[in-house]
Design a protein around this ligand. Structure first.
Ligand code: UD1
Length: 422
């Protein structure tokens, strides 16, 4: 297994290009199952997760080829409707094939995602939604078996919480349903707008883009289309926070500042300078200027994203006051706290709230730490870049799920970072 080694304490300076969004690429790739023909997707990041979903598509009879960041996916021969545990266990988002498979083949058998104590709970909204469209779902042997006789039937679906992949799954299924489907309390993340655009290019009829009420008028057939993946707002945010933590000046190109309303406000409140242009961002942070403590509370979009909570917490360990981090989306998303403490951070957790006592810009020291999930890992990278001395981060396969060319990009900004065998 590989680990990531960082020699911290250097300012980050330079320019990097932001990749396509993992969380947009996955639903777009899944949406290609909805129509025969060759779909062309641009700006697709080459990540562990995108490779996993392409392996999953292959197992369903779909062929694809990649040239640079362009994918060509031919779903004409889609002939198999089972997503195995082997593939789903490594990536929860594999469940995104459920909606397209039901719409196109009338049946799907998809393994329940791992780490789920009571079986259906983590995808209960998806299942309830499909049942509203007339699907019969059975949970057996760790799989959800879903089928429908004939076409899906349009209906009104209400989500208790605005689930991102739940909205995407239902949206994809409803494009081929008979009649109209209304998704109420839909998630509004930009990745869903990206999916709406691709489905519209394929011939779907959808109203309410970027709102919490999506209306889908089902059509009989969709066609293959050409689309582009939006820039990765979480990758963008991670690099911005990294520069805020180390000091320096960097420009991030090929990004969409409009997709980061909450983070930009919060970062500016810490005292760093950010200038936003149409497709790029420049951040300036001085090592001599103390970071002001800023509280965050994670919320569905356009609120502060849970996928940038761990990174901001790492930044707050370097402020010179106390900050409160409140996680409202996931109940167990403070796994990075124990690792940050190994680097000297002063953090107390009470339920879904973390109280961070900032130790100033020189507050962290390098240490061996372990990556526990994707975004927790990136908070350790940020901490390692800001810490004095050497940090060894093991289990970096988590990082490789979501950050394209991380080592190259950080090196391009002047960081001392490399991979080593454990
Ligand atoms: C997506 C993102 C993930 C991000 C999350 C929240 C992808 C591939 N992943 O995950 O990076 O952290 O949104 O922004 O886009 N819930 C249920 N039952 C369900 C579905 C969700 O109880 O059937 C709950 C979840 O436990 C959570 C909340 O709803 O508390 C929101 O989760 P959701 O938006 O569904 O997250 P994902 O779509 O899995």
């Amino acid at each position: 297994m590989e680990k990531l080694v960082i020699e911290g304490g250097r300012e980050l300076r330079g320019e990097i290009r932001i990749s396509g969004a993992k969380n947009a690429a996955l639903p777009l790739i899944a949406a290609s199952l909805l129509a025969k023909g060759v779909h062309v997707l641009h700006n697709v990041p080459d990540l562990r997760d995108t490779r996993t979903i392409l392996r999953l598509l292959e197992s369903l009879g779909v062929s694809w080829e990649r040239q640079d960041d362009t994918l060509r996916i031919d779903a004409t021969d889609l002939n198999y409707s089972e997503a195995s545990y082997e593939l789903v266990k490594t990536m929860r988002a594999s469940v995104l094939v459920l909606g397209p498979l039901l719409a196109r083949l009338g049946q799907a058998r998809v393994s329940l995602p791992g780490g789920c104590a009571i079986g259906a709970r983590p995808i209960d909204f998806h299942i309830l939604g499909f049942e509203q469209l007339g699907v019969t779902c059975r949970l057996e042997n760790g799989y959800v078996d879903a089928e429908i006789d004939g076409r899906l039937q349009g209906n009104t679906v209400y989500f208790d919480l605005p689930s991102v992949t739940g909205t995407e799954n239902l949206l994809m299924a409803a494009t081929l349903a008979q009649g109209t489907t209304v998704i109420k309390n839909a998630a509004r993340e930009p990745e869903i707008g990206n999916l709406v655009d691709m489905l519209t290019a394929m011939g779907a009829e959808i109203e309410g883009r970027d709102t919490d009420r999506l209306t889908i008028h089902g059509v009989e057939q969709l066609q293959a289309a050409e689309s582009a993946v939006i820039p990765d707002r979480i990758e963008t945010g991670t690099y911005l926070i990294a520069v805020a933590a180390t000091g320096g000046e960097a420009t991030l190109t090929h990004c969409n500042p409009g997709h980061l309303p909450a983070l930009l406000e919060k970062l500016r409140a810490t005292g760093v300078e950010i200038s936003a242009h149409e497709q790029s961002l420049t951040i300036r942070a001085s090592c001599d200027q103390p970071l002001r403590a800023v509280d965050i509370k994670t919320m569905p979009y356009p609120g502060y994203p849970t996928d940038l909570q761990a990174q901001f917490m790492a930044l707050m360990t370097l402020s010179d006051q106390s900050a409160v981090v409140n996680e409202t989306i996931f109940e167990n998303r403070f796994m990075h706290v124990a690792e940050l403490k190994r680097m000297g951070a002063d953090i107390r957790v009470d339920g879904r709230t973390a109280f961070v006592t900032g130790l100033g810009r020189d507050g962290l020291t390098g240490a061996p730490v372990m990556a526990t999930d994707l975004r927790a890992s990136s908070s350790l990278v940020i901490a390692g870049l800001a810490a004095a001395g050497r940090t060894d981060i093991s289990r970096i396969y988590h990082l490789e799920r979501g950050y394209e060319n991380l080592v190259d990009k950080l090196t391009g900004l002047g960081a001392r970072v490399w991979k080593e065998q454990e």
